[in-house]
Design a binder for this molecule. Sequence first.
Ligand code: FAD
Length: 363
Amino acid sequence: MSDFIIIGGGISGLLIARELASHGAAITILEQNRIGQEASWAGGGILSPLYPWRQPLPINALCHWSQQQYPLLSQQLQQNTNIDPEWTRCGMLWLSLPDLDDALSWCRNTSTNATIFSGEAVEEVQKGLGDGLSGTHLWLPDIAQIRNPRLLKALKRDLRQRQVKLIEQSQVTEWVITGNQATDVKTTQQTFSADNFIVTAGAWSSRVLSNDNLWQPVIHPVKGQMLLFKSEPGLLQTMVQCGEHYLIPRRDGRILAGSTVEESGFDKRPTTSGYRQLYQFAIRTLPALKDCPVELHWAGIRPGSPDGIPYIGAHPQINNVFFNCGHFRNGVVMGPAAARLLADIILQRPSFTNPEPFLPSNR
Ligand SMILES: Cc1cc2nc3c(=O)[nH]c(=O)nc-3n(C[C@H](O)[C@H](O)[C@H](O)COP(=O)(O)OP(=O)(O)OC[C@H]3O[C@@H](n4cnc5c(N)ncnc54)[C@H](O)[C@@H]3O)c2cc1C
């Protein structure tokens, strides 16, 4: 018997487990495959929305809070687990930005450091960029990234040290609900009982609670493909965004090119057309990449939700079932804030932001 059963072992589940475990709660995480192998592993780890000034306010409220917390979280995890999640403030450069005025007024309103470059003057930040350097470019030097596979590994080890039970290969298939209380979940392994349940099942979240006549979050799967180039440190100094795509430099010199946005259900096989799209973008943006081998090509399934705003809070009909899901393209950057907000709701504490836009009962 646990105080909380958390269904889904991605970043959303691991971070809410950490929040609640730090208040002494007994936690079990049920994961249908292996912990931290789905969207949270597949993503780029950019600790900002791709175009923050185009985002709804509630998303930016969560991102802003998380951005303040990530350096400390990364440091604590490294100390506790000896795994460095590689939080790195490398900045983000937007090439030929069409909505520069909106971006600059957002930077002013949020006191975000920004530098504007015209044409090839951008070489001051990043050398060796390819064609299409005409226009105006924006650099935000304080935007950071994290190496998400390492973050997940560190969180997993940290939770074990906090006595959180991690049960893998255990898919929740059925609920036992009496009146407005859930008592048990049945899984492919066995039945588990708890006082409270939290659904953090990413793109699968609207399938988890499939009992008839019950409210469910509106979540749909959105596939994203990524390419990983093997190169040497120094080739790329900053993250670069151009149109729908981006490049991310890792500390060991590897460079990620992302990502596609595709509606193809839960099929997460990478495709030749996805490869071509990302490869062409990468060598157009940084021509030296044509001499670097592609090491890996993969896809993940994002949890799409209306306006990309996650569901955080209690089920409207079942008192002891909560949600933290539907973070779409920003689940890593919103992760710490979303977990803190849900912990505040559960523990009935005031929070750092207004919970109303996220509450399932308001959606
Ligand atoms: C290509 C790509 C690039 C991205 N880049 C970024 C980025 O740079 N920055 C950023 O902030 N975000 C990014 N994202 C988005 C981010 O990765 C997601 O929003 C986030 O990982 C969602 O986390 P999650 O824990 O909710 O879901 P997931 O990581 O998908 O975890 C959900 C877990 O629930 C489990 N599960 C599902 N159903 C059940 C069940 N019935 N029983 C038990 N377990 C179950 C799944 O197996 C899975 O492990 C990207 C995503 C992709 C795909």
